[in-house]
Design a protein around this ligand. Structure first.
Ligand code: URA
Length: 228
């Protein structure tokens, strides 16, 4: 629209960081930040909504569930500081999508190339389980964030709940797009939704999701997104 300055990701992140819409999540993220885990006692937890991270020109979106209480709720960067991130970032590096195999903290110089990471819910939920109302509340942030990533071609959903949230975002009926590891769904807007099991410790330690399986998913995501 003439005369209207388009929103920028930085502005979105600033506004997001102040979000207190979900009472239960605000209480939990702050309680975890006060009580801390023994190993992180000396640290100041982020304890706020976690912004997305990555390449603003990304063709590939990696879509998680919600921040880990002592992971990104502590560090302030998606998938950083917990077992999920210790699995995800090395895989992104092997795929040539990350400049380094480790994500330490915001400001560590890590860059993603062609990829961007965010999640369906941006505050750590108790028991890693957001409620339906919390998914719904956070979907407004998803809409704004994805609108600022115009080059996206492929969504990689980590787990069924992330898959469902992306379908909701597009107003699509779940029954027509069943979740399955490795499944590819052509969306009406021309993008592709690709599914993977979540990179959680629960999946990676039990062998449900191996590094080789995830490397294969990332290779397919890159091919669909026409990323070199
Ligand atoms: O940081 C994050 C974000 C989404 N899901 C996770 O497991 N961790």
């Amino acid at each position: 629209m003439a005369g209207v300055t388009p929103e920028r990701l930085e502005d979105l992140y600033r506004e997001l960081a102040a979000c207190r819409r979900c009472e239960r999540l605000v209480a939990w993220r702050e309680e975890v930040g006060r009580k801390k885990r023994r190993a992180f006692r000396a640290e100041t937890y982020w304890a706020r909504p976690v912004p997305g991270f990555g390449d603003p020109n990304a063709r590939l979106l990696i879509f998680g569930l919600a921040p880990g209480a002592h992971g990104s709720n502590r560090t302030g960067r998606m998938f950083t500081g917990d077992a999920s991130g210790d699995f995800l970032y090395p895989a992104l590096w092997r795929a040539g999508l990350a400049s380094r195999p480790r994500s330490e903290r915001p400001g560590d110089g890590l860059e993603l190339r062609g990829a961007y990471i965010t999640a369906a819910v941006r505050c750590a939920p108790p028991g890693n389980k957001p409620t339906r109302a919390e998914f719904a509340a956070c979907s407004a942030w998803t809409a704004r964030e994805l609108a600022l990533l115009p080059e996206l071609r492929v969504y990689l959903a980590l787990g069924r709940l992330a898959h469902d949230a992306l379908l909701e975002h597009h107003g699509l009926v779940k029954a027509r797009f069943p979740f399955a590891h490795g499944a590819e769904h052509a969306l009406p807007d021309g993008r592709v939704l690709l599914d993977s099991y979540h990179v959680s410790r629960q999946n990676t330690q039990t062998g449900r999701l191996t590094a080789a399986m995830f490397d294969e998913v990332l290779a397919r995501a890159k091919a669909l997104a026409e990323l070199a």
